[in-house]
Design a protein around this ligand. Structure first.
Ligand code: AMP
Length: 399
């Protein structure tokens, strides 16, 4: 059964088609600049590996984008499907499931309503995700659809980890609490880590470091997420590409006063103009550029050093939270590709009895063991695959 995986943003739509039985990727692509000038669709047939095909074409809305995706998938020459009947189900990535969704759900009218209800917790993401659902429903009316939530994996966090020390009415009235994100990735990588070390998932203490443009750490104890670094929104926790991560909340009022800005404007700076981008004196949010500047540019070095220090502090606190750690797994763009950053983080972790194999750490592979055999904690780089995880969930609920 083929699963179409859709990840819909406000002006973009990423898609993959995965054969759920063989877990083979059949096609993938991306619609960009939806609703803007210069919209384009990138399509790759992965069966024949014909390479990327990019077409600039008008895309006034997401329905048109989904329609173009379906045309590309069934195109006589380059398509991987004979007809849309070959799509058994659609899996949608949904950013925020609030407290309502502790796992994936088959999309019904009630589920759509529930996603709408928590949209104020993710005003940039959930509405875009819902547009994707609507567009697919209009063009593939009989095909079952599943919502896979970024927050669901973290719903096992205990109260002491998810509550903010704020007036309880904020939680009771507005559901202000920590939710965590990247859950699909944390779940996939922690399970894969258990598979790789050959131990039952529910017997391990694992720390997953999802280090991409957005970055978060999670503590997975005995098969359950017990803590994660992102909060009510993805702004909390690690220093990220352009997000500040943890800071003193009083800074918001302070800067608002100094620069005559609203709270919303300052929060926008914290989301879009901060992080390693800001610390590197706006050199870049991309770690490839920062690594290049590390030796000669003070601020590129500062950005990387501060980023690694924050990750190491989270690893330390999650080791304490779980009273130990068996496996540390690095994933996502930086975690999978940068031996340099992994090495810098690991320099802080000698106290855990971690020993690193520098040669292996310099390599890049989907699964890389970077600790030595006598290291007290096993450390891996594991490629995440959120689309495959979404396809698996979708298949499990619709087969
Ligand atoms: P993601 O959000 O998971 O797609 O990660 C994107 C980020 O990964 C980019 O912004 C880069 O900072 C980082 N990245 C990708 N490739 C490399 C690389 N070869 N070395 C260092 N960082 C990388």
């Amino acid at each position: 059964m083929n699963i179409l995986v859709i990840n819909c943003g406000s002006s973009s739509l990423k898609f993959q088609v995965i054969d759920a039985e063989t877990e083979k990727l059949l096609a993938k692509g991306l619609c960009e600049r939806i609703g803007m000038d210069g919209a384009s669709i990138t399509y790759e047939n992965k069966v024949e590996n014909t390479g990327k095909e990019v077409n600039e074409t008008p895309m006034p809305d997401h329905k048109q984008a989904v329609s173009l995706v379906l045309n590309a998938l069934t195109n006589e020459k380059t398509g991987v499907l004979k007809s849309l009947d070959e799509i058994g189900a659609v899996g949608h990535r949904i950013v925020h499931g609030g407290e309502k969704f502790t796992s994936s759900a088959v999309i019904t009218d009630e589920v759509v309503e529930a996603i709408k209800e928590v949209s104020d917790l993710a005003p940039l993401h959930n509405p875009a995700n819902l547009i994707g659902i609507d567009a697919c429903k209009a063009l593939m009316p009989g095909t079952p659809m599943v919502a896979v939530f970024d927050t669901a994996f973290h719903q096992t966090m205990p109260e002491k980890a998810y509550m903010y020390a704020l007036p309880l009415s904020y939680y009771r009235d507005y559901k202000v609490r920590r939710y965590g994100f990247h859950g699909t990735s944390h779940s996939y990588v922690s399970k894969k880590a258990a598979e790789i070390v050959g131990k039952p998932y529910d017997s391990l203490k694992t720390i997953v470091c999802h280090l991409g443009n957005g970055a978060s750490v999670s503590a997975v104890c005995c098969g359950k997420c017990v803590d994660t670094s992102m909060g009510l929104t993805p702004l909390e926790g690690l220093i990220m590409g352009t997000r500040s991560g943890d800071l003193d909340p009083a800074i918001i009022e302070f800067i608002a006063g100094k620069e005559n800005k609203t709270a919303a404007e300052v929060v926008s700076v914290l989301n879009k103009k901060s992080g390693v981008f800001a610390l590197s004196d706006e050199l870049s949010s991309d770690f490839r550029d920062l690594e290049e500047g590390y030796e000669n540019n003070h601020y590129a070095k500062l950005a990387i050093d501060a980023f690694c220090y924050r990750v190491a502090k989270y690893i330390g606190s999650y080791t304490a939270a779980m009273n130990g750690v068996d496996v540390i797994a690095f994933t996502a763009g930086i975690g999978e590709n940068s031996g340099f950053v992994r090495g810098k983080i690991m320099e802080y972790l000698g106290y855990l009895g971690i020993k690193i194999n520098a040669e292996e750490n310099g390599k890049r592979d989907d699964v890389l063991k970077i600790s030595t055999d006598d290291s007290k904690v096993q450390v891996y780089s594991i490629a995440t695959n959120e689309e495959l995880a979404i396809a698996r969930e979708t298949y499990a609920l619709t087969k």
